[in-house]
Design a protein around this ligand. Structure first.
Ligand SMILES: *Cc1c(COP(=O)(O)O)cnc(C)c1O
Length: 432
């Protein structure tokens, strides 16, 4: 890993010239003259996705109902086909992953199967820093069992007051014999901290707890080894680091040791494939991750995921991770040197050890941070803002350059030095 960086633009240009993944940028549409650093919220469209969606539109036009079996790949098997592709990104067997539903729906589908309060073991363990949708869903799951949320949802707090990082030991301490299921994010969406999934899984199993992960902020950026780690279940969206498209269908993973368990948010697409069209009223679920599907797959948007997934597999998750780390290291180096903490009210909220973070860097600021963010955007630099005071920057290995990173920090410095942010209002828009 390169630890040596330099401050001048020429260095950034040299890094780009030496970058083995640089040619993938041409396969993406980068809007206008922007520096797009929001791929952890919505990945950019790649030409491969565009082609795949156009293919399905053509199949729909020319084959209509026939497309379910005659399209290539057949729509009927598309969720499983994409699952087998994504399995390579997460260290799973082909039939342990399926492309289906949405992130939050998959959480419900999986937690419905794995959460059975019994005797003393009645609680769910989660964390107070998780994406709110996951917490809303877990509260709903507890209420469905007629239990009180206050007593049955254990939320691990941040490491210190207002901190956006978790201490794994605080999580393990709360893995008591009252916990039935633990559900944690692989990566905290604000700070970008990557939790130690193998360690947490091992500890959970030692205490007899089933454990699942929401990997929305890690798949496509970080390699996973779900089978080797013996994770029980996982799910993740496809529109962040996977570049599948806005609202594109999500993925779920079920460890094969659980294939016999009954999906308790069932639907007919989870039926044993070869018998689904027998249309009998007794549900027989597929003995694979496919059993946790609910409905007919959204074929057009699934095609978008297919194109993007092909490209990810072509580049390889290990080279992607390597470049991603190098870019975030470079980002942190520039912040340390150009925006030193003793002169600027900007701090790095992301863990500094590369192994403990995913693909973005969070900068925490003072009361001017929202206006600073707007000034960056007005300049065509697109990170995103998360309340109360965080700007997240995600340099994406497949389409960002080292120059993008260099330019961003240099502009950030000018915006602060020249007080350019004063031209922007303090009130906030709905989507940032
Ligand atoms: C992005 C994200 C979601 C989004 O949920 P949807 O159901 O896809 O809208 C949920 N949880 C986490 C942790 C996320 O990062």
């Amino acid at each position: 890993m390169i630890k040596h960086f330099e401050l001048d633009e020429a260095f950034a240009r040299r890094m780009d010239a030496d970058d083995p993944l640089a040619h993938f940028r041409e396969r993406f549409y980068v809007p206008g003259k922007t520096i797009y650093l929001d791929g952890n919220s919505l990945g950019l469209m790649c030409k491969d996705s565009e082609t795949a969606v156009a293919r399905v539109m053509e199949e729909w036009k020319t084959q209509a109902i026939g497309g379910w079996l005659e399209a290539t790949p057949a729509w009927f098997y598309m969720a499983e086909t994409l699952g087998a592709m994504a399995a390579k990104l997460v260290g799973a067997q082909d039939n342990e992953v399926v492309c289906s539903g949405t992130t939050t729906v998959n959480l419900h589908a999986l937690v419905s199967t794995f959460y059975h309060p019994k005797g003393k073991r009645t609680k769910i363990l989660a964390d107070a820093l998780n994406f709110p949708s996951d917490i809303y869903a877990l509260k709903g799951q507890i209420k469905l069992k007629n239990l009180s949320v206050d007593d049955h949802l254990v939320l691990v707090p941040g490491k210190e007051n207002n901190s956006q990082v978790l201490d794994e030991e605080n999580i393990v301490e709360r893995m008591t014999d009252e916990i039935a299921v633990a559900l944690l994010p692989s990566v905290l969406y604000r700070s970008g901290q990557l939790l130690d999934m193998p360690y947490l899984t091992k500890k959970a199993h030692e205490k007899g707890i089933v454990i699942g992960f929401d990997c929305s902020h890690s798949v496509g950026a970080v390699p996973h080894r779900f089978d080797e780690w013996e994770v029980d279940f996982a799910f993740w969206c496809s529109y962040k680091y996977m570049n599948g498209g806005p609202g594109s269908p999500a993925f779920l993973y079920v460890n094969k040791k659980h294939f016999q368990k009954e999906p308790l948010l069932p639907g007919w697409f989870g039926y044993m494939k070869e018998k689904q069209f027998d249309m009998v009223l007794e549900f027989q679920h597929a003995r694979s991750a496919g059993g946790w599907q609910i409905s007919t797959p959204p074929v057009v948007s699934t095609a978008g995921v297919q194109g993007a997934l092909n490209l990810l597999l072509e580049a390889g998750i290990e080279p992607i991770r390597e470049k991603s780390i190098r870019m975030t290291e470079y980002f942190i180096y520039l912040v340390d040197h150009l925006l030193p903490a003793d002169k600027y009210n900007i701090t790095i909220g992301t863990p500094r050890e590369p192994a403990r973070r995913s693909g973005h860097v969070a900068l925490e600021g003072d009361e001017n941070i929202w206006r600073i963010y707007q000034a960056l955007k007005a300049d065509g630099i697109i990170p995103d803002f998360r309340p109360p005071n965080i700007i997240r920057f995600a340099p994406i290995a497949l389409y960002n350059t080292y120059y993008d990173v260099w330019k961003t920090i240099n502009r950030l410095k000018e915006i602060i030095d020249n007080k350019e942010y004063k031209d922007f209002p303090n009130d906030r828009a709905a989507i940032t």
